[in-house]
Design a protein around this ligand. Sequence first.
Ligand SMILES: [Zn+2]
Length: 281
Amino acid sequence: MPELPEVEVLVRHLGPKLRGRCIQAVEVFAPRTVRPDSPETLKSRLHQAVFGPITRRAKFLCFLLTRPSGKSLQLIGHLGMTGRMFLLPGDPPLPKHTVVAFDLGSDRLVFEDTRRFGRLTLDTSVLEGLGPEPLSEDFQPETFRMALRGKSQPIKVALLDQSLVVGVGNIYANEALYRAGIHPRRRCHSIRQDETRALHEAVRRVLTEAIECGERLSLDFRAGTGGLFYYGMASETATDPNAECFAVYGREGEPCLKCGSPIRRLVQAQRSTFFCQKCQH
Ligand SMILES: [Zn+2]
């Protein structure tokens, strides 16, 4: 599943390619993807609209567009479990799992989504009530500590709660706790001030490093290559030398990079947790 770094890399990749491009037509193949808008609403409101900057909020892509009337509007995208967005040059057949396609003249912006959990909508209400961005100034060690103090759930489960901090998914929650040396089962209110600070720093560092890793990849979005889209999906690109290596995630039974003990796995809130028994307390 794409996590925050993958979305950020995609935003940085698509931004300059889409800016100034005009939407000639919109094709919607999966009405569910554009809910609560109807395909007709999306088509008419986006007709002849011009792409401005793209930003990211949590795991949402926020496309700012200008309509021919001069009014601006925002299109919100979410990749769900399997969504991919890319430019398809020329006029080849659309990929089989295309859910929405934008005709930009010489090429098309394709949203492909095999499992169809993704979204592409004019409804911006999904952005309301989100917690602080982990890489922004809104995410401060002190407010993070205060939020944790009031919680009794295990820290690993709390990190996935989007009201505490947005965009930290399962992979990076595991990695950040390992970096900070905190056991995933620790109760939030038991975490000391120095540990909170270490965890705050670890969350920011693992996400920043993952974004830098993704930016080094040459994202090949050519049609039908099925190429490399998300470095987080290491299993699909296992032969790729750029495939990301995680310190604990997906490494059950393999030696800890710090102490050599086997990495353990447990299940918390139906999600796999990977950790080192010796290095995390
Ligand atoms: Zn260890």
